[in-house]
Design a protein around this ligand. Structure first.
Ligand code: HEC
Length: 356
């Protein structure tokens, strides 16, 4: 039985392309895994539900409360609630610009976000202890939601679609390292490959449809462009927009008139710096921000250390290749063309982070 709230514990983490960390064999050592545009990273895991409507997840059922069970005593007092998450989706991270959650039950893109990918700590536990939080199977989204699917399935197939016909997932294959998902609907077979578009926050879907007479595409609530259908193949570009996690448009609690620390802290999350830079001194994909401001930094290819002053921080954000911190790979951090007010806000935020 397909279930949205399933009490079953399925630990499936399929690693298709290695994360760009120093030669680690197991993806579960890195709780903030991330891919790149060239080497997207795929993960089959539980996913959080950021506010999907019932219409979008119509083929999921909601599960039941179950009796508590102990391996020694059998049924014991009390109940266990179903786990609130999406159990059978596949996540793809293309780096900070785009991550997607594609559901194998609805066979559609459920949502997309930018910034980072997933924080797996709830599910995989802390690397040191290796223990998961009690029943916390749902990872957290890192970054900012830019697309949340609405309405009925965007691809309508006229000759096979009826109310009772649910899509059946067939699998995926990699085309130029990008997954192409396949599913059938009645006699028709649909293949769809999803990747970042050229404009910021845009998502491109490439469709190939077999054995269908008539079909049409409509995206509820988003502007989109569809190319002409040629031999049952076409592409759709959806323009995403920032949404707060939960599906509501964001209401900032800080001013954006002039630089301020709160704005900097919010950018740290929404721009995805959090995916690579910790605040507690631990090494991630990038160096920690703890105690960074004013510290001496060792730079690859330079004999003398440089001081992390305002100029250095701004350069590091807008042109990361200019000075690469020793022991970190060049070109891993994307350049962020932020406004001056945003850069100053990040600096104000960094100044409050001591060396823990
Ligand atoms: C994909 C991972 C990634 C993301 C996302 C990222 N960075 Fe970085 N960052 C790095 C890496 C790797 C380095 C070290 C190599 C270098 O200097 O380019 C770095 C270096 C830096 C440095 C210099 C740090 C030092 O120790 O001297 C600053 C400042 C910085 N990043 C700020 C940011 C900010 C602000 C954001 C978000 C707007 C951000 N980074 C997003 C990976 C990332």
């Amino acid at each position: 039985m397909k279930s949205l709230l399933s009490a079953g514990i399925v630990v499936l983490s399929i690693l298709l392309s290695p994360v760009a960390t120093a030669g680690e064999r197991f993806v579960t050592f890195e709780n903030l895994p991330m891919g790149t545009r060239e080497e997207p990273f795929l993960l089959r895991t539980y996913f959080p539900d950021p506010g999907l409507s019932r219409e979008v997840i119509a083929n999921h059922d909601l599960g039941f409360r179950a009796r508590k069970y102990s391996p020694g005593k059998g049924d014991v007092k009390g109940f266990v609630d179903p786990i609130p998450g999406i159990p059978a989706a596949i996540g793809v991270s293309f780096g900070p610009e785009l991550s997607i959650c594609w559901d194998t039950i609805e066979c559609r893109l459920l949502y997309a976000w930018q910034g980072g990918f997933l924080d797996m700590t709830n599910y995989w536990g802390k690397p040191e202890s290796g223990r998961r939080k009690g029943f916390g199977y749902i990872p957290e989204l890192v970054g900012e939601l830019i697309y949340l699917s609405r309405g009925s399935h965007p691809l309508g197939i006229f000759d096979s679609y009826t109310e009772t016909l649910a899509p059946v997932y067939r699998g995926y294959r990699l085309v130029d390292k990008i997954p192409e998902f396949s599913y059938s609907l009645g006699d028709s077979i649909v293949h769809v490959r999803i990747e970042p578009g050229e404009k910021p926050m845009s998502i491109v879907k490439h469709y190939r449809i077999e054995r269908a007479e008539g079909f049409d595409y409509f995206e509820t609530g988003y502007s989109f462009k569809k190319t002409e259908d040629k031999d049952h193949s076409f592409s759709v570009t959806i323009q995403g927009k920032p949404l707060a996690i939960g599906g509501q448009d964001e209401e900032p609690t800080f001013s954006t008139d002039k630089p301020n620390r709160e704005w900097g802290e919010s950018l740290y999350t929404s721009m995805g710096c959090i995916a690579c830079h910790s605040l507690d001194g631990t090494r991630g994909h990038g160096p920690s921000f703890a105690g960074l401001f004013g510290a001496e930094r060792p730079i690859t290819g330079m004999d003398k250390k440089v001081i992390a002053n305002e100029k250095y921080i701004i350069e590091s954000i807008t042109n990361p290749m200019a000075k690469v911190v020793e022991t970190f790979p060049p070109g891993y951090m994307p350049p962020y063309p932020l406004e001056d007010k945003q850069l100053r806000s990040i600096i104000l935020f960094l100044k409050t982070l001591g060396n823990e």
